[in-house]
Design a protein around this ligand. Sequence first.
Ligand SMILES: Cc1ncc(COP(=O)(O)O)c(C=O)c1O
Length: 448
Amino acid sequence: MVTNFFDVVNARLDERTSRGLAHAVSQAIGDGSLVEGVKLPPIREVAGVLELSPSTVATAWRLLGAAGALRTDGRRGSVVARRGRGPARYRQALRPGASLALDLSTGMPDEALLPDLHDALSRIGRSWSSGSYLDDPVIDGLVDVLRADWPYDAESFMVVDGAMDALEQVANLALGYGDRVIVENPSFPPLLDLLDGLGVRSIGVDVDEDGLDLHQLETALTLRPRALFLQPRAHNPTGISMSVARAHEVALRLRGSSVLIVEDDSAGAIAAAAPLSLGRWLPASTIHVRSFSKSHGPDLRLAALSAPGELAEQLRERRRVGQGWTSRLLQTVLLELLTDAGSCGLVARARDTYGARRDALVRALEHEGVPTMGRDGLNVWLPVHDETAALIALASHGVGAAAGAPFATREGGAAFLRVTAGLVDRDVAHLAGVLARAAREVPMRGPR
Ligand SMILES: Cc1ncc(COP(=O)(O)O)c(C=O)c1O
């Protein structure tokens, strides 16, 4: 055991919660103050000295265990391990409700609104070759099409295997154990899992209708974060799209800092808001990712990203010893879909349909006295009294929704469910009634 364990952790403990303690320990591991194999004091002793409850410490140890930072070593107790991964939030958020008549937990696009890939495949015919290891990683013509509605004049483009692939590659390249990054609160659970797995501490900044809360952002910036991850439009789960004015204010606060901006435009072409990026003001520190999963199909596994030239080259260099490149066959299909008038029309129609479905559910919920935020994308962020009670009530009506807790960056906040409104194509008023009643549901009391 290290004799200065408590000094090391106390110096890094700025939030007296289980996550705060977990991050203090992971930061100490990251900066080398606690090294692999070091034994941690017993939970009761940690609780006593740090004036925390034993269950807070036990939860922190569990979080660190899930992130692979601690392992239990028989009678030796908990010891510092090499880091590992555990996508805890993602699993929690996505418990597919296959047995439910109406599963609105998924955040997925409606298959009926996706352009037909068979048609696109038949149209490309023999226009692609099996290619070689030496070909350019991005096919001819695709970057010009991307530039046509890219939200800023970006230096360099890559094509990757979906937005999550982009986020993972960027995080692995740019972040180290113990770093801090700013994320939106709420955030996309797989991103939080990814950061936890890397031993990176996420600092949550709340969002309102226009985007990041500027006051909280300023406070978060004093903690010297390495990066800011944000969703510029159709934010999952809330559905907000950042306003241009707020984006400019955020850019002004980041100007002159070394914070890397990583933007995840996961809704892409099905978002109603126009493409927007802080790259408009800060191109040298912005990575902008656009996914084609919601607009053209999740199984295409395609996203495009733009980055400053040097960073893009580092990402390509890393990729050369891994995936290499994204299938040029799939890129050819994407180029066909992005240039064929019929496919573009279908995607535009899908965008309008999602907009209409979301608006209809939001209006029906308002009518039931349940206000929601956001105007865009596939999901509605439903405020509820108690998540578990609401989920149970919904399940009894055959309706599934995603629990809100995995999206939260802090413990103890308000309760929400994420409801995928983009899949609701009928009986909206009835569904809104079911959701509104579930939102008011309180936990059942057990026997005394
Ligand atoms: C915010 C956010 N980021 C990333 C993704 C994953 O996108 P992709 O399928 O391109 O990996 C999603 C999918 O739901 C998402 O909502």
